[in-house]
Design a protein around this ligand. Structure first.
Ligand code: NCD
Length: 322
């Protein structure tokens, strides 16, 4: 079997690598989201789905993960497929003996129908997709690059609340330089018209210049470094932790950790009634627990659950018999 080599989704997900949000158009996202809605129903059915029956998916995670790993694993199983699960391959797989990533990918390509890869190096997923000739590779986070499936579930969560993905005002707080979830979300939001994105970060953690951001010309991006600049009419506050593992010196990360922490006071001063509060998690101090019970906070509610539904829909479209 030869996999589908075209990078753009263009209405057809079958056998495609999912590497970056820039492969998607609003039409593709619409297809994904209408299936995502159905996945809710499948999950609550007592009879398991057979959409991925006979399919085996490798989860190859070189970096720690709770939600992405578990939700992909559950997504495959809920659709009747099976998984090969490798966490920490540096200790548990032949990588420990010095095997290259390319050879590891070719091995799991021989055993399974898709490979879901999380890796500390930017562009590792591109590399793996090139190495795998016959089975699709899904990027579950490539270092400081992208995290497309997280952005898809974030967009779904926004769509669920506002019934649109255009004409929105978003404030994103965090380590804009290193956060792959933020990179993919920005690309995703820029596929739609008239979104305004405020990037709230210290000046030294601003948006990097990478190719996929060519799209950003379409979107109004406003970089801010003071909480007084937060607009009071935002629809979404998206808070993400400082990515301390990406810093050469941990001490440098520590100094940013307590900046722009989401407290009740901040919410009262700059928030509004209609907004939602999101966080891809893990939370490492960027939102105080006092916010968790606020009905506007969706991070422990829909946002997590949507991760499973969106990944189910994506796997069904890439691999399933639909
Ligand atoms: C994110 C990641 O790994 O990039 N986690 C996730 O998958 N939900 C966000 C983060 O670690 O900050």
């Amino acid at each position: 079997m030869q996999k589908n080599s075209s990078a753009l989704i263009n209405g057809n997900f079958k056998s495609k690598d999912i590497i970056s949000l820039d492969q998607f158009s609003p039409k593709d996202i619409k297809i994904l989201f209408s299936l995502t809605k159905k996945m809710r129903v499948i999950t609550s059915n007592s009879k398991p789905s057979k959409l991925l029956a006979g399919k085996i998916v490798t989860l190859l995670f070189f970096e720690p993960s709770s939600r992405t790993f578990a939700s992909f694993s559950v997504a495959v199983k809920r659709l009747g497929g099976q998984t090969i699960e490798i966490q920490n391959p540096k200790q548990t797989a032949s990588i420990a003996k010095g095997e290259s990533l390319k050879d590891t990918i070719r091995t799991f390509e021989a055993y399974s129908d898709a490979i879901i890869l999380r890796h500390p190096k930017i562009r590792a997923a591109h590399f793996a997709a090139y190495a795998s000739k016959s089975v699709p590779v899904i990027n579950a986070g490539d270092g400081v690059g992208e995290h497309p499936t997280q952005a898809l579930l974030d967009l779904y969560t926004i769509y669920e609340r506002f019934n649109r993905l255009n004409n929105l005002i978003i404030v994103i707080r965090g380590d804009i330089l290193h956060s792959r979830t933020i990179h993919s979300l920005i690309i995703g939001l820029s596929l739609y018209s008239n979104n305004t994105i405020y990037l709230l970060s210290p000046k030294s953690l601003k948006l990097p210049k990478i190719d996929s951001f060519n799209l950003l010309k379409r979107t109004k991006i406003i970089e801010i470094s003071n909480k007084e600049e937060i607009p009071k009419n935002a629809h979404i506050w998206y808070w993400n932790r400082i990515q301390k593992e990406r810093f050469k010196r941990i001490k440098d990360a520590e100094k940013y950790k307590n900046m722009f922490v989401l407290t009740q006071n901040l919410l009262k001063t700059y928030g509004n009634k209609q907004m939602i509060i999101m966080d891809p998690l893990p939370r490492v101090g960027e939102i105080l627990p006092e916010i968790d019970d606020d009905p506007r906070a969706v991070y422990f509610r829909n946002q997590i659950r949507n991760g499973m539904y969106v990944r189910m829909a994506l796997l069904a479209l890439v691999l399933g018999k639909i």
